[in-house]
Write a protein that binds this ligand. Structure first.
Ligand code: ITT
Length: 195
């Protein structure tokens, strides 16, 4: 079965491609349709994920979507659903520096990445949704070159380096996205077997 991921973020496509079970292939939606602007103004990750699916439902192909972000407790959940739009146009180095400045004297550094993942089956118009999360803390500085986005400031629980230092093998085991899509793929396979 071929699934189409609604994203313009190549890093998501790469990370999810590493998780595919036998029998499932993945392509970017932009391989079969031109880019469509999606207004991600829902207050929840799930709500924004639904908007991504709705934007391409008319194509009649099986779709996947991922809405995700970094939630920092001492900043009241910021940047949360606004993780991509916060300081839009600035580099991630600039965004991470701004966050670290805001947390300069903060001892409470707990945070988590959250991912709401959805599968849309056009044969019966059904949606399957799951959420994945990974707990951790915000580092005191920016380090590492792996991953993307806020990976250079996020230290997953049980480790002392950031996701960007730890690299794909650790991130692929622990991350919010890996947890969500492993669950989602097992549900999709289960539904396929029963169909
Ligand atoms: P699409 O909407 O096109 O899928 P996007 O990058 O805009 O791509 P989101 O709307 O889900 O995706 O925003 C997620 C943002 O949260 C993303 O741009 C990063 O800033 C951050 N983020 C999400 N997952 C992350 C991860 O695994 N590592 C680091 N940062 C992440």
């Amino acid at each position: 079965m071929k699934l189409y991921l609604v994203t313009s973020n190549e890093n998501k496509l790469r990370e999810i491609s590493l998780l595919l079970p036998d029998g499932i292939e993945l392509e970017s939606i932009e391989a079969v349709a031109s880019h469509r602007d999606i207004i991600e103004d829902s207050p929840t990750f799930l709500g924004n994920s639904v908007k991504k699916i709705e934007a391409y439902m008319d194509l009649g192909v099986p779709l996947l979507a991922d809405d995700s972000g970094l939630v920092i407790d001492s900043l009241g959940g910021f940047p949360g659903v606004n993780s991509a739009r916060f300081m839009e146009g600035s580099s991630y180095f600039g965004k991470m520096s701004a966050i670290l400045d805001r947390m300069e004297n903060e001892q409470e550094r707990t945070a988590r990445f959250i991912c709401a993942a959805l599968f849309y089956d056009p044969s019966n118009h059904s949606l399957l949704g799951v959420e994945g999360k990974v707990d951790g803390t915000i580092a005191k500085g920016i380090s590492g070159t792996g991953g993307f986005g806020y990976d250079p400031i996020f230290i997953p629980q049980g480790y002392s380096d950031t996701f960007a230092v730890l690299g794909d093998s650790v991130k692929g085991r622990l991350s919010h996205r890996a947890t969500a899509f492993r669950r989602l793929f097992s549900l999709v396979c289960l539904c396929n077997e029963k169909a």
